[in-house]
Ligand binder design. Structure first.
Ligand SMILES: Cc1cc2nc3c(=O)[nH]c(=O)nc-3n(C[C@H](O)[C@H](O)[C@H](O)COP(=O)(O)O)c2cc1C
Length: 351
């Protein structure tokens, strides 16, 4: 039987199949950052159609500097708990799991979203400021737990705050938060330890990790560094690693590549995931251009990853898991990226 429809354990969370809806900002949040009825509807469609694990859009942990996008969801205040409660309840009705992606924009934002405040530059921050942000992550995780969500995913990818700490290309600090790879991952370790201390070690902490810097110029993160980070995260108690890469806003759009139309173009971070998988024993989730049954079965069968994660295909086909289970052998998404619509995510491709 295909592994795709077999359950899997992520920490103490059991997921009913190997499908993950990767974190996807949808521009559908209420202007105040709370969860809107359209979002509940969208998540209900995914859960009702058997997506085993749904990861929310990146929710920002500090206002206003943590915000990266228009109508982005926030999780920086207890007022946001009730919205996540609704989402969790809805998703749980169908036996799916809900994990909240928590994030801080860092320097990858604009004055429009930070309400005129200077975006955070990790290289200028005092210890006290770093402490404040660590605490904001911890409180955000606690809110996700209070809302009844099944876990959190720390966003360590795409050029947002924590991924910039990890990359030697962007972290130029010369204190305990920068320099060696041990130092560059220290902030993530602090966040994890303090989340565990507050909410308990049973609450699953997942990460989405950059396996390519995507940054221009020399000094971008090496795969050896990435594997080191993955092992360090496992040692800290992280339950699963989603392997991604690239930086938001890049011209080449290395994180959501366009025109993934043939098997050779699919699964563009698979080689990196394989190296990580060899080095850790927690589940590895692969994201990035997974489009055909042929390739996704191969990824699982060859042990390149334990779960497969998709973003854009679910925008077009929220019922994709069911279709793949029945007879369809590939997604109909053409990876054109036109679904990035500021008035609300939507597929525009007509075939
Ligand atoms: C509209 C849109 C919004 C996204 N929002 C997020 C996000 O909030 N957090 C995140 O980690 N990745 C985000 N991504 C990246 C996707 O999760 C995924 O890593 C990437 O698109 C590659 O997967 P795909 O080929 O299946 O789309 C977004 C991508 C798209 C297209």
């Amino acid at each position: 039987m295909s592994k795709l429809f077999q359950p899997i354990q992520i920490g103490n969370m059991e997921v009913k199949n190997r499908f993950v809806r990767s974190a996807t900002h949808d521009w559908l949040g209420n202007p105040d950052g709370s969860i809107s009825p359209q979002q509940v509807e969208l998540y209900e469609k995914l859960a009702a159609n058997d997506v085993g694990l749904i990861i929310t859009a990146h929710a920002y942990i500090e206002h206003p500097r943590g915000k990266a996008s228009l109508n982005q969801n926030g999780i920086y205040d207890d007022n946001f708990i009730s919205g996540y409660q609704k989402l969790a309840k809805t998703v749980h009705k169908y036996g799916s799991k809900l994990v909240v992606q928590i994030s801080h924009a860092g320097s990858l934002t604009t004055l429009e979203f930070t309400e005129g405040e200077t975006p955070l530059n990790l290289n200028n921050m005092t210890n006290q400021e770093i402490e404040k942000i660590i605490e904001a992550y911890v409180q955000a995780a606690n809110r996700a737990k209070l809302a009844g969500c099944d876990g959190v995913q720390l966003h360590l990818a795409h050029g947002y705050f924590l991924s910039r700490f990890i990359s030697p290309d962007t972290n130029k600090r010369q204190d305990q938060w920068g320099g060696s790879r041990e130092n560059r991952v220290r902030i993530v370790g602090e966040i994890i330890k303090r989340i565990q201390a507050l909410v308990g070690v049973d609450f699953p902490i997942l990460v989405k990790l950059n396996s390519t810097g995507g940054f221009e110029g020399t000094g971008a993160i090496s795969l050896e560094d990435v594997v080191y980070t993955a092992q360090a995260l496992e040692d800290l108690g992280v339950c699963a690693i989603e392997v991604s890469g690239g930086v938001g806003g890049e011209k080449k759009n290395s994180l959501s590549r366009t025109g993934v139309l043939s098997p050779e173009q699919e699964a563009y971070f698979a080689e990196n995931a394989q190296e990580i998988k060899k080095a850790v024993s927690i589940p590895v989730i692969l994201v990035g251009g997974l489009r055909s049954r042929l390739i996704i079965e191969k990824i699982l069968d060859e042990g390149i990853a334990n779960m497969i994660s998709m973003s854009r295909p679910f925008v077009r086909e929220p019922d994709l898991v069911r279709k793949l289970k029945e007879s369809q052998d590939k997604v109909t998404c053409i990876s054109c990226n036109k679904c990035r619509v500021f008035t609300g995510i939507k597929c525009f491709y007509k075939d």
